[in-house]
Design a protein around this ligand. Structure first.
Ligand code: G6P
Length: 496
């Protein structure tokens, strides 16, 4: 693979995502209330932003109460980045009802639990689906405003399962529509519980290209199509579905991280930044450090991790006082009861385990849900001897890759759940865990801590090769190669 390849989009790019790449905020200390702009931080946003800049594209996202509505034109468009204004960011100003039903409702009370196989958490509320449809239509209309003959529309994630079909029907036929589904796709048995299953599949088949992280999800998707849409033709060898006169190519491309940036940040990170996290927690430079970094989400297996740590300290008293596990959690979707209950349970468990083992100058678990700056997180990643990534289900898991990229001394160890997309590439050199097997998991923590240095380095070097080889640039270049093919097909059909 050619790592230096710059991902290039075959046409003018229109990105559609729920979250926006830039946030405008008022400076409250300033009487003029001047507006300042946050740079993109997430991996996907940081990766797509330069491509959008090169193609003078458009990015359409939910405005989420942004201060930009004062600086924008009447379509709520602003030019970003502020320095060059290379592309248009269009923000949709969604009503509170719309957000509650589309985002907190159908997206995160139905599709998220369903696709992760947590059907017991699936919650169908009246109107949620209708709002989901109407917000998808709103995005589709916005896309149509900006699309021309040569456009490439690239939709991100499960917030937009219906939009592709509407977009397809309302933009020039020579323009291409693609989508990447960043979470798992469930088996047909699970997908049966999906309200509006047929509409969801038909919506997604409006895409010329549909991407997943791993083959298993793509396969599940094709099986769901076969079962729910008898008139669709699935060609597994050519990875395509024909439905209603149109073809959709379905591919698997595992997403990567900006490995070089994580490595650079880790190398330059100042360890003294960690004193803010550690000062009162009895962590010294001698302490062996374990680390978990997760959104506070019921898919992430945090209680299972805590149970394994408890078992580990029970069985290995020699580690009491010298090993500390730091759990950095990012509160997420906190208006949804399942997330509130989960957050409370995690915090209670941390307290209970700490009460059980803590001594006067040591605590087994340091929990923080405060915001950590990029530099602090980089210092933490580099400092941690053992990283634990233990989701019960995870489409990919980028944190595991971030840790590997940040392990600049090739000296850390990664414990990785075999139920993550990331495990398909990293499993053979990570310490594999089954998050639900408390005893096995606890033994793996002990194994990781007892592994001799040369073996740790051998494993980590192999992991680093994989993460650097298939980084975010590779992922985007691969997706754009596929997009180029479907775009070429469209352009030919359009002119024949
Ligand atoms: C997952 C989803 C993303 C989402 C992120 C954060 O990674 O695939 O689409 O943006 O979680 O969740 P949030 O609901 O805060 O956007």
């Amino acid at each position: 693979t050619d790592r230096s390849r710059e991902p290039n989009c075959p046409g003018s790019l229109i990105v559609v995502s729920n979250r926006q790449p830039y946030r405008h905020e008022y400076d409250e200390s300033d009487d003029e209330r001047s507006v300042s702009v946050d740079e993109p931080t997430g991996g996907l946003t940081a990766g797509l932003d330069p491509v959008c800049q090169r193609t003078n594209g458009t990015w359409i996202a939910w405005g989420d109460g942004d201060a930009d509505f004062d600086v924008a034109d009447d379509r709520h468009c602003v030019s970003v980045p502020p320095s060059s204004g290379a592309y248009t960011l269009r923000r949709l100003d969604l009503s509170e009802d719309a957000v509650d039903s589309y985002y907190r409702g159908f997206s995160n009370r139905v599709l998220w639990p369903l696709c992760h196989g947590f059907t017991d958490l699936l919650e169908e509320r009246p109107n949620d689906f209708e709002w989901y449809r109407s917000v998808n239509d709103q995005f589709a209309t916005a896309v149509a405003d900006h699309a021309d003959d040569d456009s490439v529309v690239w939709i991100q994630d499960y917030h937009f399962a219906l939009a592709p079909r509407t977009i397809r029907d309302s933009i020039p036929s020579s323009a291409a529509v693609a989508q990447f589904w960043h979470i798992p796709w469930p088996t047909p048995e699970t997908f049966r519980d999906c309200p509006a299953a047929v509409g969801i599949l038909e919506g997604l088949l409006g895409n010329d290209l549909l991407g997943f992280h791993v083959d298993r999800y793509a396969k599940n998707f094709l099986e769901c199509v076969e079962r729910a849409l008898p008139s669709a033709t699935v060609d597994r060898d050519r990875h395509t579905v024909r439905y209603d006169g149109e073809a959709t190519t379905v591919v698997a491309t595992p997403m990567g991280v900006d490995a070089k940036r994580y490595d650079r940040n880790a190398r330059s990170a100042d360890p003294s930044r960690l004193s803010s996290v550690f000062s009162t927690n009895g962590v010294s430079s001698e302490t062996v450090l374990g680390l978990g970094v997760d959104r506070l989400d019921y898919t992430k297996g945090i209680p299972e991790r805590l149970a394994a740590l408890e078992r580990f300290f029970e069985r290995n008293p020699r580690w009491r006082g010298s090993f500390t596990f730091v759990q950095k959690a990012t509160p997420s979707r906190t208006e949804i009861p399942a997330y509130q209950r989960y957050g409370e349970f995690v915090r209670d468990e941390v307290e209970r385990i700490n009460r059980r083992f803590a001594t006067e100058d040591w605590r087994p678990i340091v929990y923080t849900d405060s915001y950590l700056e990029t530099e602090t997180l980089a210092a933490l990643y580099r400092r941690a001897e053992v990283m634990i990534v233990s989701p019960l289900v995870d489409g990919m898991n980028l944190v595991a890759q971030e840790y590997v990229a940040s392990s600049s001394d090739a000296d850390g160890t990664l414990l990785l759940s075999d139920r993550t997309g990331a495990h398909e590439r990293l499993g053979s050199h990570a310490f594999t865990i089954d998050p639900t097997d408390v005893d096995g998991f606890a033994r793996r923590i002990d194994d990781a801590l007892s592994t001799p240095r040369h073996e740790r380095r051998r494993r980590m070097s192999a992991l680093r090769n994989r993460v650097f080889d298939r980084d975010i640039g590779w992922w985007m270049a691969t997706q754009f190669d596929w997009i180029r093919r479907v775009h070429d097909d469209r352009q030919h059909e359009g002119h024949s």
